[in-house]
Design a protein. Structure first.
Length: 295
């Protein structure tokens, strides 16, 4: 029996045990639908080999969430970027996956987080390893017959490399490749809370609010503290998102590992952010599914 997304857009990002339990009860009043595949009929890894050729085709778009396992200050979990990418990907695929023929892939948890290499618990791939991993994943996925591959990136430190990978995968395997972010980081031109002076790069207001919405039990707001490199804000060019970029490590701005101000973070802001990013990216995926090269 194929589950129909009765609760489109509801609870879709909630990854806590409680969230899933509520979700199951809301739909059928017991645990069976989820156990039978609720929220999974568009997860490619849950298909059987006998099903794949009939379900995944040259009209499908494969969605690969990329997270990170890296320090997020004293108040947020290592899995922050992974949780956000995964929850966003799941919500989008559950909301518009049927209409747009999207298939969610298992997330890539370990990525290029060497700006946090100083911190125990951070687990990172080097640039060369990560390119090789993406090449292997691309080579394997090309056999499914899908022509479009969307990288849904929850970690800003991956972006430069993922742009390189998008072109490599285009050239080597003929994929049409796309790179999206749950929310655009300030050093990529995205917005940041006013008191972060445009520098809510890491574990600041937005990320902390997102996790307060998605997995509040993993956040310790008593340890949330502002750490904004205010001197940089005076620069016109050499600053995050400025015309001159610079190599940085997250402990270049102090020992906390935070770059931003999480102190005002709250679940309501996180919920609003999450819902708006799911809506925006769902729209983006509609364009992706129609996208063709040519005049
Ligand atoms: Zn992050």
């Amino acid at each position: 029996m194929r589950w129909h997304p009765v609760v489109k857009g509801l609870h879709l990002g909630v990854r806590g045990r409680r969230g899933f339990a509520d979700h199951r009860r809301n739909v059928r009043g017991d645990r069976t639908p989820y156990a039978r595949g609720m929220m999974s009929h568009r997860r490619m890894a849950d298909l059987r080999a006998s099903e794949l050729p009939g379900r995944v085709s040259d009209r499908s778009t494969l969605v690969l969430p990329l997270g990170a396992i890296e320090q997020h200050g004293p108040h947020l979990p290592y899995s922050t970027d992974l949780l956000i990418a995964e929850a966003t990907g799941a919500a989008i695929v559950d909301a518009v996956g049927d209409d747009l023929d999207l298939w969610l892939l298992p997330s890539l948890a370990y990525t290029k987080s060497n700006e946090h290499a100083w911190n125990a618990g951070t687990v990172w791939l080097s640039a060369t390893t990560m390119l090789a991993v993406l090449d292997d994943i691309g080579r394997s996925l090309a056999m499914t017959g899908a022509r479009k591959l969307a990288l849904l990136n929850g970690h800003g430190g991956n972006t430069a490399l993922l742009n390189v990978a998008c072109r490599e995968l285009r050239l080597k395997y003929g994929f049409q490749t796309f790179l999206l972010h749950p929310f655009v980081p300030p050093d990529h031109g995205g917005a940041s809370a006013a008191n972060e002076l445009g520098m809510g790069i890491h574990a600041g207001m937005d990320e902390t609010s997102m996790i307060l919405h998605l997995r509040p039990e993993l956040v310790d707001m008593a340890l949330a503290a502002r750490n904004v490199p205010e001197r940089l804000a005076e620069n016109r060019h050499v600053r995050f998102g400025g015309s001159v970029s610079f190599g940085w490590l997250s402990n270049d701005f102090g020992p906390s590992g935070v770059i931003g101000d999480p102190t005002g973070a709250n679940a309501d802001h996180g919920k609003a952010l999450f819902e708006s990013c799911v809506a925006t990216l769902s729209e983006a995926f509609a364009e992706i599914s129609e996208f063709e090269f040519g005049n």
